[in-house]
Design a protein around this ligand. Structure first.
Ligand SMILES: CC(=O)SCCNC(=O)CCNC(=O)[C@H](O)C(C)(C)COP(=O)(O)OP(=O)(O)OC[C@H]1O[C@@H](n2cnc3c(N)ncnc32)[C@H](O)[C@@H]1OP(=O)(O)O
Ligand SMILES: Nc1ncnc2c1ncn2[C@@H]1O[C@H](COP(=O)(O)OP(=O)(O)OP(=O)(O)O)[C@@H](O)[C@H]1O
Length: 766
């Protein structure tokens, strides 16, 4: 049989090479037999071992080997053959990252258990879906069943049953011969800053346009003084469109002009093509003085060099141009720091969520828009690594729903929460599988709206026992969707393990409340966490999200003790949840990598037990808030602090408990010559109470509230606060703080406070 498969692989390779497409070979059956066949196939293939990668747990072939957990290392690289050993586990994210790395003419190999039994076997990835109190036997195999179906249905995929020694499907597509490649050749105009050779090195017109976009990063000259302002280029494309190469050609052109270009990426290998192209261009132009793997230098004193993101951030001011490759794979906070560079380019994938996360498009785009940089956008669609319409890309997009989209705008444009056309629907996994449009719309909406949705989530949606999905559909189309996770009802052993620092899967809220906030009972009650919620962008702010939350509360209210959520906190989102009955009980003390925000945890109780849980945590949260704010949250956006406190139920928050002397200090600073600085403590508890309670009698402006947060809670220097809030001087800022405390003293002050106030009011009126 091996000979037959070797022969088939040769034919697949010939076809792939002729069409510049890839082919996929599935070796199903016993693992050892699969490896024997794979060995024979790779021995015969004219593929250099240096361009082959085995992705699996063991180093069994004579080529590079990486575990599936490190599949991201290969992002942005080009391989001739990639074999994925899926026997112990199949991580959907890994498949998403790997498919795009295989070159035109290349081969992707999938080693799997027998296809008939594979969906019903529980593997390593499934273990990650078995979230307590559920067990592995509760996990289902729908994702893999669907995967197997797509493998059987799609073109270009050969399936070999290694146990039976039979070729089930030869995967040959017998393409009609093509006359010539249909790509437009790049047009090189005279009107460009970079040398013509830069454009002549481009393989497609798209790539030439992308290179041209980089010209906007050229440094200022007297003819165009406007170029002195900060500038950014964002280059987006699907995998393998030649982004890195475009960036490399531009970097080479800058270096030829004597500029210092710093290139960064999650890892050097993600950016290798940048250096290949930059070096080639420098050589073509005859200006290269050094061409090494991470450095290109030119006789004009220019260079292109690589630095890790951490190091890059420290060097931004000393270089001319910064190029960030595989930008979507970097945390948003890191991308934000890179914005300190005046001239910076970000190259990233559009369907980058195949493992990279969508932080870039969902969150970082907003930051970029708020920055001073003038942004030039550029997209590339023409494939370079492999031909357009490549069957393996088509398969991967479908199998992992990489191109899932919410319904087109006109279908949901009229959706209103109270209209009869709106229906609340359970998105049962079986119903989703039976209705591909529903699945694509629901998943597409989650992907577009959420920076963290990735192929693993598709598998979770279909197979995880703790997850459920609900939606509002408008005339049958998904307009608002929520992903829900059951949490809590944990056995006492599990709870004590958590309390003692053990890791427990899932159960995000009970986990944080138990392990970090030291509440061993937190995992006892039954909860439902809204993991994600999204409304179609064409129908936001009409109450649809709120209606969906209300429906969820009606459906589950009797069933659980609390509803909860956790998300990257912004003032708008905190308001949205607060308006829907959720109150903050925690803000994380570190920023989330993907969102760049501090995470907020919120609870909405639905039973007495849930209320008791919410109340004690709201109380603890309000009590510790000021201390955390002057420590790990000292850079928290004051509007997030205000919105978080405002969402806390005032009945659950601690009352004001100041001694007479403390009241005299506060009232003395508000109405007399006293100073906040001598004893900030009592001021802090007053501010927290006032922001939680928001009494009608205290009408502070937004600026005054920000002042209270920045100076009193976050202990920022007077000069910093004055600067940030546009007070003309620190002195004016101090007076404004005193003034802001007057209504607080009036409203909350006891006899001792009011006596101080009246004394100073009397003396000023005499
Ligand atoms: C656990 C999590 O999933 S949190 C993340 C939530 N999801 C996202 O951020 C994805 C993108 N955003 C969305 O899909 C939607 O904006 C949702 C889901 C947050 C809200 O859905 P909608 O259908 O718009 O909600 P609804 O109309 O009931 O309430 C909107 C109100 O929420 C508040 N709000 C929600 N998001 C924001 C925001 N980003 N900025 C400002 N206010 C906001 C506002 O008060 C808004 O009212 P307004 O438009 O009158 O100012
Ligand atoms: N102008 C060019 N000259 C030579 N080779 C090129 C050129 N453009 C692209 N290529 C080749 O095409 C393949 C894909 O290019 P590149 O890595 O730049 O694309 P990419 O869009 O950055 O890919 P990914 O999305 O995987 O990061 C690489 O093998 C690269 O060497």
């Amino acid at each position: 049989m091996e000979a037959d498969v070797v022969d088939l692989t040769r034919r697949l390779r010939t076809e792939a090479t002729r069409t510049d497409e890839r082919r996929l070979l599935v070796l199903a059956g016993d693992r050892e037999r699969g490896y024997d066949v794979l060995d024979a196939v790779l021995d015969d293939l004219s593929v250099p071992i240096t361009r082959t990668t085995l992705v699996g747990p063991d180093d069994r072939l004579r080529c590079e080997q990486v575990p599936q957990s490190n599949a991201g290392d290969l992002l942005g690289t080009t391989r001739d053959a990639v074999a994925i050993d899926a026997h112990a586990e199949l991580r959907p994210n890994a498949v998403g990252k790997l498919v795009g790395t295989v070159d035109g003419g290349g081969l992707l190999v999938l080693l799997t258990p027998p296809l008939e039994v594979w969906p019903d076997r529980r593997d390593g990835f499934d273990e990650s879906l078995a979230v307590p109190p559920f067990s592995l036997s509760d996990v289902t195999g729908r994702f893999r069943r669907r995967l197997v179906e797509t493998l059987r249905e799609h073109r270009g995929i050969a399936i070999v049953d290694c146990d039976a020694g039979a070729i089930e499907d030869d995967g040959l597509t017998h393409p009609a011969p093509r006359l010539t490649a249909e790509t437009e050749s790049p047009i090189v105009s005279d009107d460009h800053l970079f040398p013509a050779a830069t454009y002549e090195a481009c393989l497609t017109a798209d790539q030439a346009e992308a290179v041209a976009a980089f010209e906007s990063l050229a440094s200022a000259d007297s003819a165009e003084p406007d170029r002195g302002e900060p500038r950014a280029v964002v280059l987006e494309a699907d995998r393998g469109r030649g982004k890195s190469s475009a960036a490399g050609l531009a970097a080479g052109a800058f270096a030829a002009d004597g500029q210092d270009v710093l290139v960064t990426a999650p890892q050097f290998r993600n950016a290798r093509e940048v250096f290949d192209r930059a070096g080639e261009l420098a050589e073509t132009l005859g200006v290269a003085t050094a061409v090494e793997s991470t450095l290109v230098e030119t006789d004009a004193g220019g260079r292109v060099r690589f630095r890790d993101p951490d190091e890059a951030v420290d060097r931004l001011s000393s270089v001319d141009v910064v190029v960030v490759d595989e930008a979507a794979a970097l945390p948003v906070a890191r991308l934000e720091s890179l914005l300190d560079a005046d001239r910076v380019a970000f190259a990233t994938t559009i369907h980058g969520y195949e493992g990279a996360g969508r932080g870039f498009s969902v969150r970082f785009r907003d930051r970029l828009a708020e920055s001073d940089h003038a942004v030039t956008d550029c997209t590339m669609s023409e494939p370079i690594r492999y031909a357009a319409g490549d069957p393996i890309e088509v398969w991967a997009f479908r199998a992992l729903l990489l191109d899932a989209r919410p319904p087109v705008e006109p279908l949901v444009a009229d959706a209103k929460p109270d209209s009869g056309a709106i229906e609340y629907r359970r998105l049962d996994p079986d119903a989703l599988l039976a209705d591909e449009t529903l699945l694509r719309e629901a998943f597409g909406l989650l992907v577009l709206a959420h920076y963290r949705t990735e192929p693993n989530d598709l598998a979770r949606l279909l197979d995880a026992p703790n997850l459920e999905a609900r939606a509002l559909v408008h005339d049958g189309h998904v307009v608002s969707v929520a992903l829900l996770a059951r949490e809590g009802t944990l056995a006492s052993e599990t709870r004590s393990a958590m309390y003692e620092g053990g890791r427990v899967r899932g159960n995000m809220l009970p986990d944080v409340l138990t392990s970090q906030l030291r509440d061993e009972a937190a995992g006892d009650s039954a909860g439902l966490r809204v993991v994600r919620i999204a409304t179609h962008h064409a129908a936001r702010s009409r109450g649809l999200g709120s209606r969906l939350l209300a429906e969820i509360r009606t459906e589950y209210g009797e069933d659980v003790d609390w509803l909860g959520t956790g998300f990257g906190a912004t003032p708008g989102l905190l308001r949205f949840w607060h308006e829907n009955g959720y109150g903050a009980i925690h803000l994380s003390t570190t920023r989330n990598d993907a969102s760049g925000e501090y995470s907020a945890l919120m609870l909405a109780p639905t039973s007495d037990e849930g209320r008791a849980l919410r109340d004690r945590h709201a109380d603890w949260f309000a009590r510790r808030f000021a201390a955390v704010c002057s420590d790990s949250l000292d850079d928290l956006d004051p509007d997030v602090a205000r919105a978080a406190l405002r969402s806390v139920d005032p009945d659950a928050a601690p009352p004001i408990d100041l001694t007479d002397h403390e009241w005299r200090v506060v009232a003395g600073a508000a109405y007399g010559p006293g100073l906040f600085d001598v004893d900030p403590g009592p001021f802090r508890s007053l501010v927290v109470r006032c922001l939680v309670e928001d009494p009608a009698a205290i009408d502070l402006t937004d600026r005054e509230e920000r002042l209270l947060v920045l100076r009193v809670l976050q202990a920022r220097e007077w000069s910093t606060v004055a600067d940030r809030l546009d007070y003309p001087s620190s002195g004016q800022c101090m007076r404004a703080l005193g003034d802001a405390f007057c209504p607080l003293v009036d409203h909350y002050g006891g006899d001792s406070a009011l006596a101080v106030r009246d004394r100073f009011l009397d003396s000023s009126s005499n």
